[in-house]
Write a protein that binds this ligand. Structure first.
Ligand code: ZN
Length: 259
């Protein structure tokens, strides 16, 4: 088990390794969206006291940081991605690599001046002018998905009064970004051949879910192998941690290729 502190709510969280149930959840999800992120975090992350966490109510920053921590635990700290050089006639592969640890350190929350915690949990207060707000949560992201007026809806949910003047709203948005920085970021790379620079968007939520889902799809083959070989039930195989299930499948493969 791995423990860490959520960046915004400062809640202490422990993570456990995914098992068959979580791999099934990933493999059978229709979309790598916030709904899947919330389901995965609920399954793998609990409070340090072992209690369930109301993930949908926590800031998105905390949810996305947790997904990156899950990625770090399951796959590793180093994220490597690549893009084809867009310069005309080049097309070389540009490698972009970074560490989850550094990425999270770079997106640490800051406390802006003139902002205090409100009485209501999760809410903050700006005293001059008097405005209350809270950083967007997973529930907000779910509520505004596919909504054409998403920005207005989000303001109604997260800012009181919602009809604050644009100038005040901009200050609130800047304070929110400082208190709960969006982990959606940009990655920079340089072409090793023509030195062209590229900047690509990085959405940790979607990236991590796609990566974990790609790994989880071996679940079916592993259940098939283990059930046939050991005569175990699907339920028993799904109860194994992912690592152990994969090892058994490797052993069966090794035995077959040796024979
Ligand atoms: Zn190039």
């Amino acid at each position: 088990m791995i423990g860490f502190r959520l960046p915004v709510s400062e809640l202490r969280v422990t993570l456990r390794q995914p098992g068959g149930a979580e791999d099934m959840l990933l493999a059978e999800a229709s979309d790598c969206d916030v709904g899947l992120a919330l389901a995965l975090a609920s399954a793998l992350a609990r409070s340090a006291q072992g209690e369930a966490i109301a993930w949908e109510a926590l800031p998105l920053t905390d949810l996305d940081a947790t997904l990156l921590r899950i990625r770090q635990m399951v796959i590793g700290d180093l994220v490597r991605t690549d893009i084809q050089c867009p310069a005309e006639g080049c097309g070389e592969r540009i490698d972009i690599a970074f560490r989850v640890t550094d990425y999270l350190a770079h997106h640490q929350p800051r406390k802006p001046r003139g902002i205090e915690r409100d009485r209501e949990p999760g809410w903050f207060r700006m005293t001059n002018p008097d405005v209350s707000f809270r950083p967007p949560s997973g529930a907000d992201q779910l509520a505004i998905a596919d909504e054409p007026e998403g920005a207005r809806l989000l303001a109604e949910r997260c800012i009181r009064p919602a009809d604050a003047p644009a100038r005040v709203r901009r200050r609130v948005e800047a304070a929110m970004e400082a208190l709960a920085p969006s982990l959606y970021g940009k990655l920079d790379g340089t072409c090793p051949v023509c030195a062209a620079t590229v900047r690509i968007p990085f959405d940790p939520q979607r990236y991590v879910l796609l990566e974990l889902r790609a790994q989880a799809t071996s679940l079916y083959e592993e259940v098939h192998l283990l059930a046939g070989h050991y005569k175990w039930s699907e339920q028993d195989i799904l109860a194994l941690p992912r690592l152990r299930r994969t090892r058994y499948a490797e052993l069966i493969h090794a035995e077959r290729s040796a024979g």
